[in-house]
Write a new protein. Structure first.
Length: 268
């Protein structure tokens, strides 16, 4: 039996925890990954489909269940869990995330385990890294679950860099335009990458993304980086096999790894 079919028969879904403060672009990113224009369906841990309006109302009252599963009709092979992020500095939210990761790590079977963490950090902000972000990587080691730090809205940082070059350094429009991307990269390194690299449990990989609302912007680098940091061959094969919307990446990785992958459609 082909290995892809064998593993998919045992584990039909790839499970991702996505962490990020409000306006980090999490939902937009997930839609791009799953090639969807619709919001995900939400299921309780027991598999009951939930009313999104009720979930939103509860969230606005401060009630949020990280155990709920977000699934897109366009690619139901992915299961996403959403954390609100730590912008409020709430110790409760940090403990909730820590407990959820630990609980999933205790799962003996692959389908119940957490397979990857996508940690979204918006770069179009004057608050690059919060103390809680650094605490997560310093105090709550993520063990065998790889964490990909995703720097979202980089185009917003480029705009900020342009304004800084114009206002603070008094450069002309043409010169500032020519230097804005390089300056934004320097700001990203100084304000985000270097502080994260200095933490005890630094991310497994880093990805820079522009505004995912733009049709021409893709998340292919995120897909590539995620599959590259997976250290379990079963998970690599599972992750590649659920990339039904990224055929080029699937084919390329299959060729490089010598994996025989056959297509298929997952069901909940």
């Amino acid at each position: 039996m082909d290995r892809a079919i064998e593993y998919r028969s045992k584990c039909k879904h790839f499970r991702v925890l996505i962490i990020g403060r409000a306006n980090a672009g999490k939902t937009t990113l997930l839609k791009k990954v799953c090639h969807s224009i619709e919001d995900p369906e939400i299921f309780s841990p027991s598999g009951k489909k939930l009313d999104p309006a009720v979930v939103q109302e509860s969230s606005e009252r401060g009630i949020h269940d990280i155990k709920n599963e977000l699934i897109f009709r366009s690619n139901p092979q992915f299961i996403f869990h959403d954390s609100r992020g730590f912008e409020s500095g709430s110790l409760d939210e940090i403990e909730t995330v820590k407990s959820f990761i630990a609980e999933r790590a205790r799962g003996r079977e692959l389908p119940q385990q957490l397979h990857a963490i996508w940690y979204c950090l918006p770069t179009d902000t004057n608050r690059p890294l919060l103390d809680a972000d650094q605490s997560f990587f310093n105090e709550y080691g993520i063990g065998k679950v790889p964490v990909i730090a995703i720097f979202t809205k980089f185009d917003g940082l480029v705009t900020t860099a342009y304004g800084e070059l114009r206002d603070k350094e008094k450069l002309g429009m043409k010169e500032a335009k020519n230097k804005k991307f390089e300056r934004a990269q320097e700001m990203l390194k100084t304000n985000f990458v270097e502080p994260l690299q200095a933490t005890a449990s630094r991310p497994s990989a880093y990805v820079r993304l522009d505004d995912m609302r733009m049709e021409d912007n893709s998340c292919n680098e995120l897909i590539e980086k995620t599959v590259n940091v997976l250290d379990d061959d079963r998970l690599k094969l599972l992750f590649v096999s659920v990339q039904q919307n990224n055929i080029d990446i699937c084919t390329g990785h299959a060729i490089r790894s010598g994996m025989a992958i056959r297509g298929g459609t997952g069901t909940r």
